[in-house]
Design a protein around this ligand. Structure first.
Ligand SMILES: CC(C)(COP(=O)(O)OP(=O)(O)OC[C@H]1O[C@@H](n2cnc3c(N)ncnc32)[C@H](O)[C@@H]1OP(=O)(O)O)[C@@H](O)C(=O)NCCC(=O)NCCS
Length: 162
């Protein structure tokens, strides 16, 4: 399916760590969080959960996964990793019932800080144009569009908000 991909970027400096009352933003702990993250992904995107090997991809950075925990449950997570010339934010997901409280913003801030600590000066993300929450959240976090491209092999599934 063809969808339009908006490519966005922001400098890796100048991001402020955000605080969301009652929510802890922290690096993941593989032992506890690895099995819980696919369920958060499924709730956020309305898709089937990821398979167990979701973290076995080329370039995976074990220090680049951050979770948001509230009263013992995961409300969201994000994944980022360094590439040769930039840092890349590959997923940000927040469960529907925890949205619009700044959790994605706090997760992205943690990811940007991580990528800056690895010496990356720019952070890039790709978002589908038909996912207004994602594009809106990234824009509010200082990302600007540097390219718009057609993705002919796009995942036809939307997200849980659509
Ligand atoms: C996109 C997503 C991660 C945002 O999570 P969130 O915790 O609700 O985001 P925040 O509360 O940090 O929102 C920050 C800003 O983003 C913008 N934003 C968030 N949701 C929005 C929406 N539905 N429509 C328009 N703008 C939105 C707003 O400017 C918001 O600030 P405000 O609440 O003060 O107006 C969440 O909606 C989600 O998981 N969606 C499904 C998965 C997805 O599309 N992920 C991104 C691609 S990997």
């Amino acid at each position: 399916m063809r969808r339009t991909l908006v490519r966005m970027e922001r400098p890796a400096d100048g991001v402020e760590a955000a605080v969301v009352p009652g929510v802890e933003i922290r690096p993941w702990r593989r032992s506890d969080d690895h099995p819980r993250i696919p369920g958060v992904y499924a709730a956020a995107f309305g898709h089937d959960p990821w398979p167990d090997d979701w973290d076995r991809f080329e370039g995976f950075d074990p220090g680049g996964v951050f979770v948001a925990e509230e009263r013992g449950a995961l409300a969201g997570f994000c994944i980022c990793f360094p590439r040769a010339d930039d840092g890349y934010l590959s997923v940000v997901a927040v469960v529907p019932q925890a949205r619009r409280r700044g959790i994605a913003s706090a997760l992205v801030a943690a990811a940007v800080e991580r990528l800056a600590s690895l010496g990356r000066e720019v952070v890039r993300i790709d978002a589908y144009q038909d996912a207004p929450a994602a594009v809106g959240a990234y824009r509010s976090l200082g990302f600007t569009t540097y390219d718009v491209v057609a993705d002919d092999d796009a995942d036809p599934r939307g997200s849980a908000e659509e």
